[in-house]
Write a protein that binds this ligand. Structure first.
Ligand SMILES: [Mn+2]
Length: 306
C-alpha cells in the first residue's frame, strides 16, 4: 500500500521498538538500537510426548529516508509469550498536518500490546488484544496493525486492521497471505484516536496450523509494496539465520523503494486502479513504475520445535 493522500512524510523522535519483558528462564535476546535488529529464540521445554512449537525471530527496521534521524513511524512488538507473539503497527503520517507526531499512536499501541499480551481476558486471542490495547491507547493519531500469536500446538492466530501484512512460507511456497483492508487506494483501515476509526470488530481474523520448518514474514506495507512474494521466497532461501533474512528483506525493499524504474507491487497496483503518468510520457514509451518510499519493518519467524 502507498502513501500520497493520507500519509505525508514527517519525522519523529521515538525508538520504534517495544519488547515484551522476558522471564528469567526465557530466550536469548539480542537487540542493537543502531540497526534495530532483534532476535529471540524461545526456550527449550522438554516434553517427551509431544514437541511444542515456537518462533525463532529476527527483526529489521529501515526508516523512510527522510525520517532516518527520528526512526520513522513504524513500531513493532516481539514477545516469547506462548510460542511467540509478534506485531507491527504503522503510524499514519497524515497526522503531521495536524501538528501531531504520527509515531506516538503506534508506539503507545505496541507498548499496550506488551502490557496486555498475557492478560487473562486476552487469552491468546489477537482480536481481543487489539480491542484492549486500542482502548488503553490515549495518544492522538492512528495506525494500521497486524498481530500474530503462536500457540504451542502450532496454531497461529492472526488479526489485522489495514495493510500491514503476513505471509507463511512452507517448502518454498506461500501457503498463507493476509488480506489488506482499505477504504480506497492508499487509505487503509486504521485504528485511531478518533471515534470514526475502525475497531477490533473490523479486524480480519485468521488462523492456521504451522509445522516445524515453516517461516512467517510479517511487515509494514513498506515491505509488501516493494517486494514480490517470489522475491521474499528466494531471499529467505539464501539465509538460515532469521536476523540476516529480515535484514536482507528490508534491504531489498529499501533498494526497490528508491528505484524509479522498478516495476513494484505498488506500481502494479496503482496502474490497476487507473493511476497513470501523463500522455506525453506514454508516447515516449514510459509507464508508471517505481517503488514506494516508506518506513520498512520486517519480522521473520521460523517455527522450531522444542
Ligand atoms: Mn507504511
Amino acid at each position: 500500500m502507498a502513501v500520497p493522500i493520507f500519509r505525508a512524510s514527517v519525522p519523529h523522535s521515538r525508538p520504534a521498538i517495544t519488547i515484551h519483558s522476558l522471564g528469567p528462564s526465557l530466550p536469548t535476546l539480542h537487540e542493537t538500537s543502531k540497526n534495530r535488529r532483534l532476535l529471540f529464540c524461545a526456550p527449550s521445554e522438554h516434553n517427551p510426548v509431544r514437541p511444542t512449537l515456537s518462533f525463532c525471530v529476527g527483526v529489521h527496521l529501515i526508516p523512510h529516508p527522510s525520517k532516518v534521524d527520528r526512526g520513522g513511524e513504524d513500531a513493532f512488538f516481539v514477545s516469547s509469550y506462548k510460542g511467540g507473539a509478534l506485531a507491527v503497527a504503522d503510524g499514519v503520517s497524515g497526522w503531521a498536518e495536524q501538528n501531531v507526531d504520527p509515531s506516538m499512536f503506534p508506539q503507545e499501541l505496541m507498548t499496550n500490546f506488551s502490557d496486555l499480551v498475557e492478560d487473562e481476558e486476552v487469552n491468546s486471542d489477537p482480536q481481543v488484544l487489539i480491542r484492549k490495547a486500542h482502548a488503553a491507547t490515549s495518544s492522538i493519531g492512528s495506525a494500521t496493525v497486524i498481530v500474530a500469536i503462536l500457540e504451542r500446538n502450532g496454531i497461529l492466530k492472526i488479526a489485522n486492521v489495514g495493510d500491514c501484512g503476513l505471509r507463511v512460507i512452507r517448502a518454498g511456497r506461500v501457503v498463507f497471505s493476509s488480506i489488506p483492508q482499505e477504504h480506497y487506494f492508499d487509505c487503509p483501515y486504521q485504528l485511531s484516536s478518533e471515534v470514526i476509526s475502525q475497531t477490533y470488530l473490523d479486524a480480519k481474523v485468521s488462523s492456521m496450523e504451522l509445522i516445524e520448518g515453516d517461516t512467517i514474514i510479517m511487515g509494514s506495507d513498506g515491505l509488501f509494496d516493494n517486494v514480490f512474494d517470489h522475491e521474499m521466497i528466494s531471499t529467505l532461501a539464501q539465509f538460515k539465520d532469521v536476523v540476516e533474512a529480515a535484514k536482507a528483506l528490508a534491504n531489498l525493499a529499501s533498494i526497490h523503494a528508491k528505484d524509479s524504474d522498478f516495476d513494484s507491487p505498488y506500481a502494479l497496483e496503482a496502474r490497476s486502479r487507473g493511476f497513470d503518468i501523463p500522455w506525453w510520457k506514454k508516447i515516449l514509451g514510459r509507464k508508471l513504475t517505481g517503488g514506494k518510499l516508506d518506513d520498512i519493518t520486517v519480522i521473520v519467524g521460523q517455527v522450531v520445535s522444542s
